[in-house]
Design a binder for this molecule. Structure first.
Ligand code: AMP
Length: 175
């Protein structure tokens, strides 16, 4: 079985969550499979073009594999969180949701200028969240060297929002 097949076997579709019409891709069953989790971490590492200076994880499911990959690569892991959660001074980015807007933040001293970083999340849907994280990274004088996602919902074409930042986009599983 390929890595993609092994992951798809575990991901559970939850209809109409968090609202009617959305099919939520539940990744929590992956965390019962320790060997598969190791394969996922190694899958991301094998697909890297270069070792980045840091990995940026997007709250909250982006913290899970994002941190494991960063730690195995021996590079810093940086948290991007929803507004109001980080304790120190932050840099913010506002972005559009289906209805209204949201704000994400990073500590203002989290990145060094010129660093090449990878942005990591569990899933790309419309791409708005990852794009906002990329804008934060660039505001801080660092460079987006790549994006990593466990799952891509290809039919929503989220990648089109990211290619302005980099073409280096890795998704282990496509729907
Ligand atoms: P987007 O900004 O539209 O690309 O949405 C990506 C963020 O929303 C990620 O942090 C995902 O965890 C979450 N998300 C959006 N759609 C889904 C879905 N169908 N299943 C699971 N998570 C989703």
């Amino acid at each position: 079985m390929t890595l993609e097949q092994s992951i798809k076997k575990e991901i559970r579709d939850i209809a109409d969550f968090p609202k009617p019409g959305i099919i939520f891709k539940d990744i929590t069953p992956l965390f019962y499979k320790q060997e598969l989790c190791n394969d996922i971490v190694n899958g991301f590492i094998e697909r890297l073009e270069e070792v980045p200076d840091a990995i940026i994880g997007i709250e909250s499911r982006g913290f899970l594999f994002g941190f494991l990959v960063a730690n195995k690569l021996n590079v810093p892991f940086v948290l991007v969180r929803k507004a109001g959660k980080l304790p120190y001074k932050t840099v913010k980015e506002e972005y559009a949701l289906e209805y209204g807007t949201s704000i994400i933040e990073m500590h203002e001293d989290a990145l060094e200028k010129g660093w090449n970083v990878i942005i990591h999340d569990d899933l790309i849907a419309t791409g708005g969240t990852a794009q906002a994280a990329a804008k934060l990274v660039e505001k801080m004088g660092a460079k987006v060297a790549g994006f990593n996602f466990v799952v891509s919902l290809d039919f929503l074409n989220g990648k089109s929002k990211l290619v302005n930042h980099t073409n280096n986009i890795t998704c282990l599983v496509h729907y």
